[in-house]
Design a protein around this ligand. Structure first.
Ligand SMILES: Cc1cc2nc3c(=O)[nH]c(=O)nc-3n(C[C@H](O)[C@H](O)[C@H](O)COP(=O)(O)OP(=O)(O)OC[C@H]3O[C@@H](n4cnc5c(N)ncnc54)[C@H](O)[C@@H]3O)c2cc1C
Length: 385
């Protein structure tokens, strides 16, 4: 509760989404004094980002959650691009040089719970509901004010307050452009009867359009498709139509329930800078892009672990250059990820006249082992080591 907010802390983390929780767990693990606040009275309980990639799991080892997380998800060793029943490109994660040779399918609410449990094990907690409304800073400190009238003084402030970040905007860490691609996507977590693989992510490049089908640990499946006009809440008939027109041909797949659904448009942007004095950006506050390849939360979690390490060195040794290095390297990685997600989106949503040509080209490219390996490295982000 806000009345228990300390008046001083070493690091104030604004936002307790996956990124804020991971920064806080990292700092608590380094023995630093960290305070985490969130505007919501309770954490979100929806599945949202459902993919955790190999490189992210490698980095999450530093805060001691990788094995726990890996045990709670589906370890999908294969990703397959298809046209109906015909495989165009098989992508093998099980050939990657990593301790985690798969893409982990795990809903975001479980990932957040694992991170929160870790933070609490390390003696931390989240103060809720606390809405940060103002920030000022000088060379030594920053002060954040809250809607309750509370004020917290911190040596550093982490803006992990998501896409519409207040702290980012107040600290003047804006971005050029906020391009929304003119594409509309639907997302539905569904229960089905029938033949879909339980441990493989499928991306259908069908004539009527693209469709992602990915298994979730409770036996349900995540469907994502680009559609002309996404419904606010997809229903069973809508999900069934997507599978019938874009999914497998031979298998009979019956949708019995839509558990959760949503729709979204794609914004593409990266903050011009990740640091302004005592304020640092991480996660969606710093970058937004297409969900193609499931990179968004992954990039944010990697920001979080790197930033937690950098802040602990800065606090311990006064090495501010670590923070500048974080700001530069993480921004450079974001630029690459945004470009990759853009390319994948353009490929997946190619105009219908071009689709047969695209699929033919992909089938040819799939014979080149280096192409398949590169795709696996890019998706898993092991190429960013
Ligand atoms: C419907 C939906 C579906 C998605 N699907 C996918 C997907 O399939 N794959 C994928 O990679 N990503 C997906 N995402 C995006 C993914 O959820 C984000 O990338 C991820 O949550 C980013 O984490 P974050 O911690 O940076 O920000 P957030 O999760 O947005 O967390 C920010 C937190 O800051 C808090 N906050 C905001 N302002 C303040 C304030 N002023 N004071 C205090 N607290 C504040 C918020 O309450 C929130 O808890 C989806 C998002 C949505 C909404």
């Amino acid at each position: 509760m806000s009345e228990q907010l300390p008046s001083r802390t070493e690091v104030l983390v604004v936002g307790a989404g996956p990124v804020g929780l991971a920064v806080a767990a990292s700092l608590a693990g380094h023995g630093r004094d960290v305070t985490v606040v969130d505007r919501q009275a309770k954490g979100a309980n929806t599945s949202r980002a459902a993919v955790v990639h190999a490189r992210t799991l490698e980095m999450l080892e530093r805060i001691g959650v990788s094995d726990r997380l890996a045990g709670l998800g589906i370890q999908a060793a294969r990703f397959s691009i298809r046209d109906g029943d015909r495989e165009l490109v098989p992508v093998r994660f099980d050939r990657l040089q990593t301790k985690y040779p798969y893409t982990l399918m795990v809903p975001q609410n479980i990932t957040e719970q694992v991170l929160l449990d870790r933070l609490e094990e390390l003696g931390g907690r989240v103060h809720r509901p606390c809405v940060a409304t103002g920030i000022s800073q000088n060379a030594d400190r920053a002060e954040v004010t809250f809607d309750s009238g509370d004020m917290v003084e911190a040596q550093y402030v982490v803006a992990a307050d998501g896409m519409h970040s207040t702290i980012r905007d107040l600290a003047g860490l804006g971005h050029n452009g906020n391009e929304a691609l003119s594409l509309s996507f639907t997302l539905a977590d569904v229960r089905i009867d029938g033949g879909l693989p339980a441990a493989e992510v499928l991306l259908f490049f069908s004539k009527p359009g693209m469709l992602v089908v990915a298994p979730l640990p409770d036996g349900s499946f995540r469907l994502v498709a680009e559609v002309d006009d996404a419904p606010e809440q997809p229903d069973v008939a809508f999900a069934q139509r997507l599978l019938d027109t874009r999914g497998p041909r031979r298998a009979t797949v019956k949708v019995s329930e839509v558990i959760w659904g949503s729709r979204f448009r794609i914004h593409e942007r990266v903050a011009d800078q990740y640091r302004s004095g005592r304020v640092l950006l991480a996660g969606d506050a710093a970058h937004a892009h297409s969900p193609a390849g499931g990179q968004g939360m992954n990039l944010g979690l990697r920001d979080a672990v790197t930033l937690g390490d950098a802040l602990s060195v800065a606090l311990r040794e006064g090495r501010e250059d670590e923070l500048d290095q974080y700001a530069e390297a993480s921004r450079a990685e974001a630029m690459q990820v945004v470009a990759l997600a853009h390319r994948l989106t353009r490929l997946a949503t190619a105009p219908s006249a071009v689709r047969p040509l695209r699929n033919g080209a992909l089938r040819l490219l799939a014979h080149v082992p280096a192409f398949r390996r590169r795709l696996a490295e890019q998706l898993s982000a092991t190429g960013h080591r």
